[in-house]
Design a protein around this ligand. Structure first.
Ligand code: SF4
Ligand code: SF4
Length: 57
């Protein structure tokens, strides 16, 4: 699974950072989550985000 952040929905709460097993998520200069190349596509962040801001590509 490839995932991307919908910047319109992300509120920068950082909860997804804590669940990512590969430490692929960080907060960018825009205050929104961003997915790095370490992502292994586990899908945990997609299920977790309360704003449904992380989407499967
Ligand atoms: S993607 Fe979702 S869980 Fe992650 S910072 Fe944005 S709103 Fe929070
Ligand atoms: S899909 Fe899994 S590995 Fe990729 S950013 Fe989300 S939690 Fe991290």
């Amino acid at each position: 699974m490839r995932v991307r952040v919908n910047k319109e929905k992300c509120r920068g709460c950082k909860i997804c950072i804590r669940v990512c097993p590969s430490r692929a998520i960080s907060i960018g200069d825009d205050g929104k989550a961003q997915i790095g190349s370490q992502c292994v596509g586990c899908g945990s962040c997609v299920d977790l985000c309360v704003m449904s801001a992380i989407e499967e590509e």
